[in-house]
Design a protein around this ligand. Structure first.
Ligand code: ATP
Ligand code: MG
Length: 603
């Protein structure tokens, strides 16, 4: 492609609405344009990158036995009602774009395709002889994200590769899952990314394995906890660890103490001269279930620990049947406004005890009349602890479970693991923290969809069994931007060769110099012919402008037909290292071809 003919517009300054480097650079270098909130046009350079990523994904999926297909983006509501996800996706999480067609039928734009693929499997798979199956597609997904941001990182319309497997049993599912682990590792390695596969939260369904593939970058929205020995890595949402040992309590008898102005753990510990590990902290949450019931939840946890909201939500989902509900649709610490709706009187915030009275809760139709009391495992064994006295400005000390306070029946692990905690597999290892961008997620779904949607097969013994399923996603557009987030410098993008839009750019410093033009034209034609994807900067611009643009766009190799041509040479600059060398014109094509091949085969 000739830049003189290309829709090629670069911006000198950072666009105001972009926060992270990769978003700024993709906008400035003319890869993407914002069309609406979370909606971007992929311009020709970006589309080439996306196609390269897609091709790597396709090759690795095919190598693992995947069959490519293309499923509809417009999906009938009935399918989502069958799986029971219509309400959660349109109302609760509200992430699905839903609409009514002119026949008044409800439809949705696919945020994901479990329902569609399960209905296909239900119709087409009859016997164990047809299993296992692995289908995938590379397609635009729609999600009405609450906070679309960072460009392609969190869009409302984005490209995903999603794959679904159907298996006879756990063993077969595990095999597909392992194959996908390898395929995903290959995809990221070949794309030139530094990444880590981590254990991930898989919701309330216990036992179902799930891993996320994280591209390591400061701008990542996820926190990863890992150990140096390489034995453990998990998303903080899922991570477990050993808490520090609690210090022995300094209090020996139960007493109520006046502790003015100590509504935080730090303040009360300073006032009472005790360790936060001797305190039982009581954290109030409000959860709303899918049937509209609100429940006030009180979590008692050791004072030095924090509650992990994802773990808590999973515990509450398990408890949903107790409230005639299926799932949690909201979980939050109730603010003053929310409290105003259900509290009879002001709560002793900062001084709440594990037994705070149920009569704080108004009797209202949609509100459970009792606090749901949970105790985190870190608080169960505490003796002579400090906790609130249910009265502003007062705490109690020397308290014990089942003496002054009934130990909640439900002891759970809802504690947030933290950097510096000791690892469970080896207590000499401590957890380290890194930021990551989730670009892939592999997940053993089990029979969740096949049971609700009745997708069965007949096994070798002639018995009807639900299909086991796995699902495996890669954010193709997110991955492409993550590559930039991991690889740029002050002058612009530094694409990994494997996914760069072009391998090389031939720059003509002076368009009025016939010899420079002639050599450049020749190299441009020969390089493309040899499979080195090459741009020609034949614009009537100053050399400095052209060099700046080439750096910004991030093409791996720049070939300059400048002064060196007098000696039968051109200057070749590697974008990444900025190494510059003069190479004989006759050898440029074969040398570049070799470089590109060797970089690609290294990966
Ligand atoms: P996240 O936690 O980031 O919201 P998710 O867990 O909802 O993502 P999955 O349903 O597992 O995402 O989708 C598979 C992959 O699709 C993700 O690993 C991610 O790379 C990509 N993806 C998900 N949501 C978006 C989005 N809004 N914009 C771009 N890519 C996305
Ligand atoms: Mg995910």
């Amino acid at each position: 492609m000739r830049l003189s003919q290309m829709l090629f517009v670069t911006l000198r300054d950072d666009p105001a609405d972009a926060e992270i480097p990769s978003h700024k650079l993709l906008l400035r270098a003319g890869y993407i344009r914002r069309i609406g909130s979370g909606v971007y046009a992929y311009l020709p350079l970006m589309w080439r990158v996306l196609q390269k990523v897609s091709q790597i994904v396709r090759e690795e999926m095919n190598a693992a036995g995947g069959q490519e297909c293309l499923l509809p983006q417009l999906q009938p509501a009935d399918l989502w009602k069958e799986s029971g996800r219509w309400d959660t996706y349109t109302k609760a999480e509200g992430i699905m774009f839903a609409l009514k067609d002119r026949r008044d039928q409800e439809q949705a734009l696919g945020p994901t395709h479990e329902e569609v693929i399960t209905t296909i499997a239900r119709d087409m798979i009859r016997s164990y002889r047809q299993l296992p199956q692995l289908l995938y597609q590379i397609q635009t997904k729609f999600r009405d994200e609450i906070r679309p941001r960072f460009g392609l990182m969190r869009g409302r319309e984005f490209i995903m590769k999603d794959a679904y497997s159907f298996n006879t049993d756990e063993e077969s599912l595990e095999k597909t899952y392992q194959d996908m682990h390898i395929a995903y590792s290959n995809i990221l390695r070949r794309s030139g990314l530094a990444f880590r596969a981590v254990q991930a939260d898989s919701g309330a369904i216990g036992g179902s394995a799930s891993q996320e593939f994280m591209v390591l970058a400061e701008a990542g929205e996820d926190e990863v906890l890992y150990t140096e020995d390489g034995q453990y890595a998990a998303n903080v949402e899922k991570a477990v660890s050993l808490p520090l040992d609690a210090q022995a309590s300094a209090f020996t008898s139960y007493e109520k103490r006046e502790t003015p102005g100590t509504e935080t753990i730090e303040k009360v510990c300073e006032f009472l001269k005790c360790s936060p590990t001797q305190v039982v902290k009581n954290v109030l949450y409000q959860t709303i279930f899918d049937n509209g019931t609100s429940v006030l939840v009180l979590v008692s946890i050791r004072g030095d620990q924090e509650v992990n909201d994802v773990k808590l939500q999973n515990e509450l989902t398990k408890l949903a049947p107790k409230y005639d509900a299926k799932t949690v649709i909201q979980l939050a610490v109730p603010d003053t406004e929310a409290q105003g709706k259900w509290a009879n009187k002001p709560l002793p915030l900062g001084y709440i005890a594990p037994d705070v009275a149920d009569d704080y809760i108004k009797s209202l139709k949609d509100i459970a009349p009792h606090f749901l009391r949970l105790v985190d495992k870190t608080a169960v064994d505490l003796k002579n602890f400090v906790t609130g006295a249910n009265e502003s400005g007062y705490h109690v000390v020397g308290a014990n479970w089942n003496e002054q306070f009934k130990l909640p029946e439900l002891a759970v692990d809802v504690r947030k693991a933290r950097p510096g905690d000791r690892a469970i597999h080896n207590s000499t290892q401590t957890l380290q923290s890194a930021r990551g961008i989730e670009v892939g997620h592999i997940f053993q779904l089990g029979t969740k969809y096949s049971i609700t949607m009745g997708a069965n097969y007949t096994n070798e013994q002639g018995e009807e069994k639900p299909l086991l399923m796995g699902c495996f996603g890669v954010g193709v557009s997110r991955l492409a931007q993550a590559a930039v987030e991991q690889s740029y410098d002050q002058d612009g993008i530094v694409w990994p060769v494997a996914i760069a839009p072009y391998h090389a750019i031939v720059t003509i410093p002076n368009i009025n110099d016939a010899q420079q033009v002639e050599i450049a034209e020749k190299l441009y034609a020969q390089l493309n012919q040899a499979g080195v994807e090459t741009l020609l900067d034949d614009r009537n611009e100053r050399a400095g402008v052209k060099f700046k643009d080439a750096d910004l766009v991030g093409i791996p190799y720049r070939i300059v037909t400048g002064r060196a041509i007098a000696n039968g040479k051109v200057e070749v600059v590697e974008r990444k290292s900025r190494n510059s060398q003069e190479i004989a014109i006759a050898e440029v094509v074969s040398i570049l071809k070799q470089w590109i091949q060797s970089v690609n085969s290294e990966q």
